[in-house]
Ligand binder design. Structure first.
Ligand SMILES: NC(=O)C1=CN([C@@H]2O[C@H](COP(=O)(O)OP(=O)(O)OC[C@H]3O[C@@H](n4cnc5c(N)ncnc54)[C@H](O)[C@@H]3O)[C@@H](O)[C@H]2O)[C@@H](O)CC1
Ligand SMILES: [K+]
Length: 504
């Protein structure tokens, strides 16, 4: 069975993301004598998708680079020309540097396609295909490439990138000068860089053509990362969790959460409300004079360390930091955010305590945003953001815990596991308090779900958080944290199941 381009999101199942090296190995493993070259299949897939995305297009302009990415574009140009479209090819970066590109160029010219060194993209082109650079990107765009990217960014036609937006780093999502595209068609497998860093912003709607004919060998290595998303919610695997309370269940059977509040009461309140809505049996808050919801409870003076999931750090100031060592010693299951993370960043003793927790059968999930993660790693934020996957993994390995590195394409990393990239959510989530909601929601799920590992719970919570934002009526503005809790709550499939209650 021959593959064809299909839209990647929303996901039906976890999707393997492959680094450049794995894609190169795969290309070699798939090239068999007698089979059509992969580039031929890629160009054909690109032409098909171009027609589907812009069925009324009459004029297509292609920016083709000197490597095999340019070759994909030249083959697409040939097919589009043969289908009767007006096609103009702009050769960027000089003469072909690969045999396959040379062959594709000769074929395109042989069909009578105008291939020019002129950079001016026809303003009337309905569709512009970016085939300048793909996996072979090695440095920031300069000269002709930079000019072409600037023209592409300003063009009014639909923009389709082949394999990757030219200038986007496949492995890391670092932006080396790419123009944002409306669509990206990737070949063989998806790169992590499309889903984190600048990738979500630059790639637009992502499509995949595996270039398979059903006879390929299996991949030789585990993926570089898993792409996760709303699929994590559907088979919510834990009986009795989040809304699916057993028929004879009650608040005492669902598990409790304890939020350790700080100087800014709103943060703890949001985390507590989120834990409650996530389905925790009882939610205690310690350290607040007044609680904003009647369902929340003041924590007892003697904290029940063994039976609660604890959340520490939301709204903390320095005054709360001195209790952190005790929390790290005592809490069996612990979510650490914000102020707690900044305290740990400044203290190697606290870092050692945190790293030692897993050897005492204590589990921890930390939820840093990029600045907090950079402080924990002792690096600057831009270096951390330049490779979010690697940074999150380094942090997880160093602190021996599960890390949720927030931001565009949140990363979940744990020691010894393939990291995950989250595909749900958007910038409206970056409003004040949404991090507190995530920490509380995670704790609320965790306390009901003793069988799921922290890594999988973190994947689930992050996907839920983003999926609620994807579905909430936004009106274009930021998503207010308290409204996000409501959106997360109503998103749960069980809400719909209320119409047909079970007797289980
Ligand atoms: N790997 C695979 O399995 C497949 C690859 N194919 C295509 O082949 C592409 C990879 O081809 P290549 O390895 O030839 O790489 P590219 O076509 O991405 O570009 C490589 C060339 O660009 C130069 N270059 C790198 N960075 C530059 C910069 N910033 N400014 C100017 N020039 C720069 C390099 O020196 C090299 O000459 C993929 O992205 C994909 O489009 C497809 O044909 C099918 C399958
Ligand atoms: K490209």
């Amino acid at each position: 069975m021959n593959s064809e381009p299909h839209r990647v999101l929303p996901l039906n199942e976890p999707l393997a993301l492959r680094c450049e090296q794995q894609l190169r190995e795969r290309e070699l493993a798939m090239g068999r004598p007698g089979a059509p070259p992969l580039m031929e299949r890629a160009g054909w897939g690109a032409a098909r998708l171009a027609r589907a995305l812009a069925p009324g297009a009459r004029h297509v302009a292609l920016l083709c680079g000197p490597g095999n990415n340019g070759g994909d574009g030249l083959i697409a140009a040939r097919h589009l020309h043969q289908q009767g479209l007006q096609v103009s090819v702009h050769l960027i970066g000089g003469s072909p540097r690969t045999e396959a590109n040379r062959h594709a160029l000769a074929q395109a010219q042989g069909c009578g396609i105008a291939c020019s060194l002129d950079l001016q993209i026809a303003p009337r082109a309905d569709l512009v295909i970016d085939a300048m650079l793909g996996l072979g990107l090695r440095r920031p765009l300069q000269g002709e490439f930079q000019k072409a990217a600037a023209l592409l960014a300003q063009h009014s036609g639909l923009r389709l990138a082949l394999d990757l937006p030219s200038g986007l780093d496949a492995n890391t999502g670092a932006d080396w000068g790419a123009a944002p595209c409306d669509h990206t068609l990737s070949f063989l497998a998806l790169s992590p860089g499309l889903f984190t860093g600048a990738g979500r912003q630059l790639g637009g709607t992502v499509w995949l053509d595996g270039l398979t004919d059903g006879t390929e060998p299996p991949w030789a290595h585990p993926p570089a990362a898993w792409l996760r998303g709303a699929e994590a919610l559907t088979p919510w695997p834990e009986q009795g969790a989040r809304g699916r309370w057993p028929h004879a269940g009650h608040k005492g059977t669902q598990g409790d959460v304890c939020i350790l509040a700080g100087a800014m009461p709103g943060a703890a309140q949001l985390a507590a409300q989120a834990a409650l809505e996530a389905g925790a049996g009882r939610v205690y808050v310690q350290g607040l004079a007044a609680l904003n919801a009647v369902e929340l409870m003041a924590a007892p003076a003697e904290l029940p360390w063994l039976h609660n999931v604890f959340v520490a750090g939301c709204g903390w100031s320095e005054a709360q930091e001195e209790r952190l060592a005790n929390v790290l010693h005592q809490a069996k299951q612990l979510v650490l955010d914000a102020g707690a993370l900044n305290a740990i960043a400044q203290s190697s003793a606290l870092q050692r305590l945190l790293a030692a927790r897993s050897s005492c059968a204590q589990e921890t999930v930390i939820t840093p945003h990029p600045l907090e993660a950079a402080r924990l790693l002792g690096m600057d934020t831009s270096s951390l953001q330049a490779d979010r996957l690697a940074s999150a993994q380094l942090l997880a390995d160093r602190l021996n815990c599960t890390v949720i590195l927030k931001g565009s394409g949140s990363v979940v990393a744990s020691p010894g596991q393939v990291p995950s990239l989250n595909s749900t959510g958007h910038a409206a989530l970056a409003s004040p308090g949404t991090g507190d909601v995530l920490a509380g929601w995670l704790a609320g799920l965790w306390t009901q779900s003793k069988k799921l590992a922290p890594h999988e719970l973190a994947v689930l919570a992050v996907a839920w958080h983003g999926a609620a934002a994807d579905l909430a009526p936004l009106g274009g503005g930021p998503l207010i944290a308290s409204r996000l809790i409501q959106a997360m709550s109503t998103l749960h499939p069980h809400r719909a199941c209320r119409l047909a209650p079970t007797t289980r």
